[in-house]
Design a protein around this ligand. Structure first.
Ligand code: SF4
Length: 153
């Protein structure tokens, strides 16, 4: 008889349709929730992804995570940011790229607060870095204008 210890499973495996087969049920759930973007956090995410790559229900997990917009953790072999990028189509030209940045303003600012490098954000958004820089400048200008309006009121 095996004495296998089943730890609490990751968020991904909460769906009863496939949780019994989830590879992560045998893994410390903390592994799937790296914090920040330090070297250690990136390595942790890679280890979690390696578990997902062995998982027989990875496709179902990823589909569920994208469909529900799950914001946290490595699910279906992708980080939250990678899942976000997966749902975005390639912009046609700088105009569409800027529109994408403007639409993603809150997400971009959250990534900046987490010290995600510009290069990485541009890649996730599938836009040129110069467009992303221009969008960040525009955010700053908009914030300053809003601040000035509030002060003048
Ligand atoms: S794909 Fe990863 S997170 Fe999803 S159930 Fe499998 S091991 Fe867990």
């Amino acid at each position: 008889m095996t004495t296998e210890i089943r730890r609490p499973i990751s968020l991904a495996a909460r769906d009863p349709r496939w949780s019994q087969e989830a590879e992560c049920q045998y893994t410390d759930p903390e592994l799937f929730f790296p914090v920040g973007h330090s070297k250690a956090a990136v390595e942790q995410a890679e280890r979690a992804k390696a578990v997902c790559m062995q998982c027989p229900v990875r496709d179902a997990c990823l589909e569920w995570a994208v469909a529900t917009g799950e914001q946290f953790g490595v699910l279906g072999g992708l980080t939250q940011e990678e899942r976000w990028a997966l749902t975005k189509v390639t912009p046609r030209g700088p105009g569409q790229a800027m529109d994408r940045c403007l639409e993603a303003r809150e997400q971009i600012l959250a990534w900046r607060e987490e010290l995600v490098p510009l290069r990485r954000i541009a890649s996730l958004l599938n836009v040129d870095r110069s467009v992303l820089r221009a969008a960040l400048q525009r955010f700053s200008r908009d914030d300053k204008r809003q601040h000035d309006l509030e002060v003048a009121a």
